[in-house]
Design a protein around this ligand. Structure first.
Ligand code: CA
Length: 237
């Protein structure tokens, strides 16, 4: 049976979600504070954690960090509307997805199914054993002195390795794979966050800002161009 931990301090919401999830055939545990959430999540093998951000004792972001140190369980954050930075920070800290309160239960159920499915796919993809694997033709993209190695998940600008989060990397990759093509925020969100992404696409603006401060500003280049009212593009150098 698929086990879900619901972390929510508002008793009404917690109860409602528990009833709906139980009705869908999930086994549900619920806790109403951050400390118990960490304990429960680390002591038990859950298939998914539904995590509110504003919690007593430890906030959801800290709970997420503590869980992530030890476990790879899918986590969906429950966030307040317009808390864009929370969402970005949450995804960067390793959350799989987020859903904005108040949410329709159908949407929550859909997100849960997607997160569970994604893990199933990841789990069934064999992990290559480092040294033993013969390296295939490397897939390396480049523009303006910046190279992105898809297989190695590495970005280098003017010879320096650049540290990017997963999502920043995916946004940059989407742009570099589509040189000269203006990409809308929606398209970038789909490519970087998954085809099923239904969150607010203004998080793309935040990733672009991060990329510019890590690459454009630091190396005095103009890698990513904003096309007003449309989206973003990397033009061929
Ligand atoms: Ca709360």
């Amino acid at each position: 049976m698929t086990k879900i931990l619901v972390v929510e301090d508002e008793a009404k919401i917690a109860r409602f979600v528990e009833l709906e999830l139980t009705h869908e055939g999930y086994e549900v545990d619920k806790v109403d504070n951050g400390r118990s959430a960490v304990e429960q999540a680390l002591e038990n093998d859950y298939d998914l954690v539904l995590l509110d951000i504003l919690l007593p004792q430890l906030n959801g972001m800290e709970v997420l960090r503590r869980i992530r140190k030890e476990k790879d369980v899918p986590v969906i954050l429950l966030t307040a509307r317009d808390a864009v930075m929370d969402k970005v920070a949450g995804l960067d800290a390793g959350a799989d997805d987020y859903i904005t309160k108040p949410f329709a239960i159908e949407e929550l159920l859909a997100r849960i199914r997607v997160a569970l499915k994604r893990r199933e796919v990841q789990a069934s993809t064999p992990v290559p054993e480092g040294q033993a694997v013969v390296e295939p033709d490397r897939h390396v993209l480049s523009a303006h002195g910046v190279t992105l190695d898809v297989e190695r998940h590495e970005v280098v600008a003017n010879g320096d390795p650049i540290e990017l989060t997963n999502r920043e990397f995916e946004v940059l990759k989407a742009l570099m794979e589509n040189l000269n093509i203006v990409m809308s925020r929606e398209r970038l969100a789909q490519l970087a966050c998954g085809y099923d992404f239904v969150g607010e696409t203004n998080i793309i603006d935040v990733y672009i800002r991060h990329l510019r401060s890590k690459i454009d500003d630091r190396y005095g280049i103009k890698l990513i161009t904003t096309v007003r009212g449309v989206g973003y593009v990397i033009r061929e150098s």
